[in-house]
Design a protein around this ligand. Sequence first.
Ligand SMILES: Cc1cc2nc3c(=O)[nH]c(=O)nc-3n(C[C@H](O)[C@H](O)[C@H](O)COP(=O)(O)OP(=O)(O)OC[C@H]3O[C@@H](n4cnc5c(N)ncnc54)[C@H](O)[C@@H]3O)c2cc1C
Length: 201
Amino acid sequence: MKYDALIIGGGAAGMQCALVLGSAKNKEFATGKTVGIIKHQKASHLHSALLNNVFGIAPGTTGKEVLELANEQLTSLYPHVDCIEKEKVLEVSGTPGEFIVRTNKNSYQAALVVVALGYTNNFDIEGLNQYLEPHAMANPSKERVQLRNNNHLVEKGIYVAGTLAGWRSQVAIAAGSGAQVATDILTLWNNGEHTKVHDKV
Ligand SMILES: Cc1cc2nc3c(=O)[nH]c(=O)nc-3n(C[C@H](O)[C@H](O)[C@H](O)COP(=O)(O)OP(=O)(O)OC[C@H]3O[C@@H](n4cnc5c(N)ncnc54)[C@H](O)[C@@H]3O)c2cc1C
């Protein structure tokens, strides 16, 4: 199976990116597009977060609960998005349109890759390490990292989203970044014509 878009990382940015891409299923330009997410979630910062300040989320909700809800939302509303569970990404190689994402268990082909792996300094993905740089908007003493990018684009076909894109660590920002990347991909699939996905009451 070759994915048209494969998201790696199932935290705030990756899950939001998957939800927006999944929601485009009825758009003509997205018909037949295959989307996957490597949803290893063990290391998401959401696991230790208590969320009182996030728009639309009831105060007192834990990040863990939000992840569980998002998993349910993705699989029930957009089951065509392939969820690859509990695999750790080790390497991204290849060229635009023909990337190979290697995990500890499998290898996947993808035309586009979205990297949403968080900003911790233990980042070590062969093929992406050359884009690493110190995080520009975090306390230097924490040694956070980001991937060099221009408006989320690392290089042709490789996007970065969330804190790893250089954004500050707030759920709303990380999720917004994931949504932005999703609409960039949808716009690309729509031959460059700007697009978004809105459901109406
Ligand atoms: C203690 C704490 C409290 C917080 N409280 C708040 C708060 O009150 N309000 C707020 O707005 N924000 C809060 N945050 C911040 C919020 O959790 C982050 O901003 C948000 O989770 C960042 O999203 P992200 O997608 O960039 O990274 P993450 O959510 O960390 O997601 C990264 C994902 O990548 C996966 N991953 C990593 N390496 C690999 C690999 N090799 N292969 C596959 N997958 C991999 C991880 O498992 C994870 O699923 C808090 C964070 C912490 C730590």
